[in-house]
Write a protein that binds this ligand. Structure first.
Ligand code: KG4
Ligand code: ZN
Length: 366
């Protein structure tokens, strides 16, 4: 019988404290347990995530979730093969909570740590929704990221397009705020848009005409702001749904145009879509049409995995662990900014001095 690998995964890069227990035997992946403590209500009070408040909340929630998980599954050095953790990108003080916890567990259990890039997690939440196929094109749209990534194999990432300013989710949240909705307003905005007319206002679709796969969304946010400044409070109230629908359409059109351009340039057998904004129904439908037009299967992250969670981190870690991404607890740091391409390396193993030195140099140069 093939060996079972069991990993405890931790995610604290932003405003969700999450733990998951995942297992892989041959090609079979199972989620044994998952816990999540959301801080959205806390951050709604300040209209956005304050890094030190996020860290404080993680510090409160992590030991409680962890004790629960350890007690329920009788976790010990005997039952765990590795601890996985999101090392970046994210809010430094928030990431540090998860990383410190992972290091402590790895030290106590004498197990390796599998460092995971947050975006890898989002990608795998879509990749594993059916037969795994490569090459794959992934669109990751969240509160912090808007990325087009081409993958030729497991853990082989090439970022082929990204936003030059605001992320798609960030703009959803900012425009939602302009329309008087609470943080994070993406999902409330899409509900507000439901009865609205998407062609009522003509908002810009930035950078859609060039060859470039990069995106820019801050001009769209400003366009909505200028439009609101031209309207009276009564007009805004009467046309809120139209404003929301027109804005949403501009984002959806921009993203789908970029995905089409990417599919023309990079070979793909499957289109993957994940991240918080992938929960947007209009975007899901539009990308279904794009995938259909290119005769590709579309793998959308399930709604339960669109937002941040530790299941996705654990799932990446199972593949990475098998391929030798196993670090000593001493060699792991939280890194608020870290390049996805660094995680394409298969030689993260740090139990030889040479590798360890190489990893350190790479870290310092990012
Ligand atoms: O992936 P995620 O949970 O956190 C980050 O890593 O950023 O994404 C959160 C983002 C927020 O900006 C939120 O407003 C947005 O996803 N979002 C949506 C929808 N649901 C969540 N945006 C548009 N439509 C939605 N239905
Ligand atoms: Zn995320």
């Amino acid at each position: 019988m093939t060996k079972k690998t069991t990993i405890l995964a931790i995610e604290t890069s932003c405003d969700e404290t999450a733990l998951a227990l995942v297992q892989k035997q041959a090609d079979e992946i199972s989620v044994l347990d998952s816990r999540l403590a959301s801080q959205v209500n806390v951050h709604a009070l300040t209209g956005g995530v304050v890094p030190n408040i996020a860290a404080r909340e993680h510090a409160t929630a992590l030991p409680i979730l962890l004790k629960d998980m350890i007690d329920q599954h009788n976790l010990s050095a005997k039952s765990i093969d590795a601890v996985a953790v999101t090392v970046g990108p994210g809010l430094q003080p928030a990431l540090a909570m998860g990383v410190t916890t992972a290091r402590t567990l790895a030290f106590a259990w004498q197990k390796p740590i599998v460092p995971v890039h947050h975006i890898e997690g989002h990608i795998y939440s879509a990749l594993l929704q059916g037969e795994i196929m490569f090459p794959a094109l992934a669109l990751i749209v969240s509160g912090g990221h808007t990325l087009l990534i081409h993958m030729t194999n497991h853990l082989q990432y090439r970022v082929v397009g990204s936003t030059r300013d605001d992320a798609a989710g960030e703009v959803f949240d900012k425009v939602a705020r302009l329309l008087g909705l609470a943080y994070p307003g993406g999902s409330a905005l899409s509900r507000l848009a439901e009865p609205g007319k998407a062609e009522a206002f003509s908002f810009p679709r930035p950078m859609i005409h060039g060859y470039d796969l990069d995106m820019s969304f801050s001009g769209l946010k400003t366009a909505v702001l200028y439009q609101l400044q031209k309207m009276t409070a009564t007009e805004i109230t009467a046309q809120k749904a139209d404003l929301a629908a027109s804005f949403q359409q501009a984002i959806v059109d921009t993203l789908t145009t970029k995905v089409k351009k990417a599919l023309e340039r990079y070979p793909a057998r499957v289109l993957l879509v994940a991240g918080g904004v992938a929960a947007n129904e209009k975007l899901r439908q539009a990308l279904q049409t794009v995938a259909h037009g290119h005769h590709l299967p579309l793998r959308l992250a399930p709604l339960s995995l669109c937002g941040d969670n530790a299941i996705m981190i654990g799932q990446v870690a199972l593949f990475a662990f098998e391929r030798g991404r196993q670090n000593r607890w001493q060699d792991i740091d939280a890194q608020a900014r870290i390049d996805l391409s660094l995680f394409s390396r298969h030689d993260w193993r740090s139990d030889s001095t040479a590798d360890s030195e190489q990893n350190r140099t790479t870290k310092l140069s990012t």
